[in-house]
Design a protein around this ligand. Structure first.
Ligand SMILES: [Zn+2]
Length: 310
């Protein structure tokens, strides 16, 4: 089955043609200049036309278009429900109608962490299991759960999606969701610069002279032995581990898959989280295993085929 797929993030999108478990062609778009989803749709249409032309494929040869997006979405009606900070016009945009008009294709919309989970489950080549959770570590912390082979959605389409908003610190930092001390407010990419600047001895650390305080810089400097970076890294990893415990206790998975660019430093992350899960979860049957995403940025795109098959 061939399909068109979009993975929409806060400042970029990837458009792709996928064929079952393979990404045939993809184009990454910088969306810094697009302030609204409405204004980004023509960019997506142009990218798909180019991809189809280069691949020599007619749009009608595709089963549909699968759209993975940040935020909360109604995957039954194909509508955006609630966005956090970016693409706030999305709930008013009829993307399904755009998809029909541009390509004559069926439209499916799903949250990006759920898309990544579907991709890993279907095409990731990992151990066979129908019970898994996904955590995506990036600007925010995305989460999704599959139970007995069924993607968990819930009455209001937010079940499993808000794992990154698990409270991990009472009286902690305010979060963009309205919560206090959420995992992503304490260890998400958007919060990291603020947390770093308040860290003891930050001014004397190697991190203070980095042009951008992000996870890439943090893990690089921690690996080199910068003490503030090590402390901050360890704190972030511990918060991710606590979030993983919350997922285990909420959704009964056998595996937790962790994605996001920070997984380039998986050797500094996964052993700690595995050990934390081994010691701090209550499971009657054995131990939940954690692994890095096998598909990286392709995971969200390769969720397209299982989503369209639902
Ligand atoms: Zn929150």
């Amino acid at each position: 089955m061939k399909a068109l797929a979009i993975d929409l993030g806060g400042s970029h999108a990837t458009c792709a043609i996928v064929d079952d478990k393979i990404v045939l062609r993809a184009e990454r778009l910088n969306l810094d200049s697009a302030q609204t989803l409405e204004s980004a749709l023509p960019l997506f249409a142009r990218a798909f036309r180019n991809l189809l032309q280069f691949a020599g494929i007619e749009a009608s040869a595709c089963e549909g278009l699968a759209f993975g997006s940040c935020g909360l979405v109604d995957s039954s009606a194909g509508r955006f429900l609630s966005m956090n900070q970016k693409w706030v016009d999305a709930p008013k945009v009829d993307v399904a109608a755009w998809c029909r008009q541009e390509f004559g294709l069926r439209f499916r919309l799903e949250n990006d962490a759920r898309m990544a989970l579907l991709g890993e489950w279907y095409a990731g080549g990992g151990p066979a299991t129908n019970d898994l959770c996904m955590m995506t570590l990036g600007t925010g912390i995305g989460a999704a759960a599959m139970i007995e082979g069924k993607l968990l959605r819930g009455r209001h389409f937010q079940a499993g999606n808000l794992g990154g908003h698990t409270p991990v610190v009472l009286n902690g930092r305010p979060c963009t969701c309205g919560g206090i001390g959420c995992a992503e407010a304490e260890a998400g990419g958007w919060a990291l610069p603020g947390i770093a600047r308040e860290w003891p001895n930050f001014a004397a650390s190697a991190l203070a002279i980095e042009p951008q305080i992000n996870f890439e810089a943090l893990f690089r400097l921690a690996a080199r032995g910068d003490s503030v970076s090590r402390e901050l890294r360890d704190r972030c990893v511990q918060i991710w581990a606590a979030t993983a415990v919350a997922l285990v206790h909420s959704f009964d998975p056998e595996w937790i898959v962790m994605g996001g660019g920070v997984m380039r430093s998986a050797d500094q992350i996964l052993p700690f989280i595995q050990d934390w899960l081994d010691r701090h979860t209550w499971t009657s049957w054995g131990k939940v295993r954690v692994r890095a995403s096998a598909l990286g940025n392709d995971a969200g795109l390769l969720g397209a085929v299982p989503l369209l098959r639902e």
